[in-house]
Design a protein around this ligand. Sequence first.
Ligand code: TYM
Length: 341
Amino acid sequence: MSDVEVKYTGPERVFSGVQPTGNLTLGNYLGAIKRFVPLQDEHECLYCVVDMHAITVWQDPAELARATREVTAAYIACGLDPKRAILFNQSKVHAHAELAWIFNCVARMGWMERMTQFKEKSGKHKERSSLGLFAYPALMAADILAYKATHVPVGEDQKQHVELSRDIAQKFNMDYGVQGFFPLPEPVIQGAATRVMSLRDGTKKMSKSDPSDMSRLNLTDDADLIAKKIRKAKTDPDDLPSDEDGLEGRGEARNLLNIYAALSDIPFGDAVRQFGGKQFRQLKEELTELTVAKLTPITDETRRLMSDTAEIDRILNDGAERASALAEPIMKEIRRIVGFV
Ligand code: TYM
């Protein structure tokens, strides 16, 4: 075995995933799905609905099936083209489960114990969490590496998991003496809204699992509900500052401006200048108008697509076939490397 790292020389490939649990939020849209769209013109892209990740916490089976189709519909409504990008659900491609097991045997307990998402999700009841929740990042590494994906567009909260995939890839390459076999995947975390915060608390991430629905904008909210949530969003007593330094310690103001910038595709600094010296009321009015204009067509299109679930299933089957065709030759090599006859 050599200490010199042999570089991966294969093609660039993009992989990312979204869990079909609850409603998709504005955070999922701005932090991930909106950013998936332009990549499909530049790279080979796989976008997965990760139903196997979802069952690491209890899911009602009928609701899981519905949500899997709904995330697929939302992918398409947001601009993903099932002809260009490969859209599929994880459980249909067996390579994910098979490689996850191998990675369970590569990853170390200590690495998993450091994962902040596991700590947050298991909370005080670590002993009662599923084993799957603990092993979750090894499955995520398998998702990415079953295709030798090199680039992983995600929101800020998934950075640690993508970095763990790099550690797993590197250890596999080292342990089996196959330097350069797996790429070390790069997290791609770009844009104004890599961390959209709660509307009720500028220090907390906007999340599907927050008990308060008023804390988030869902891709299923109608115009009235969007207006209500933005009107009630937490603010502070001062007018908006004219420069970014003035946002120090003002998480709620920063978040609303961030959302405004990301939805209107302008740099954050421009949004700050545009509202400098103005009252929150004005920002909220313009943000409501913008959010309704951007989200309503997506909501409507998602609903329209959901009226034909047979077509969604056809898209998922087609995507799974194409994904399997990419993963199978890689899995063949992996089985040989590991010594499976
Ligand atoms: P999930 O389903 O929690 O979220 C999907 C994507 O949305 C991003 N996101 C956010 N971005 C900005 N602000 C927010 N408030 C916000 N909330 C969510 C997430 O960062 C993510 O990109 N483990 C992953 C799914 C996954 C995956 C993968 C991702 C499974 N396998 C392989 C990439 C590659 C997850 O639970 O994402």
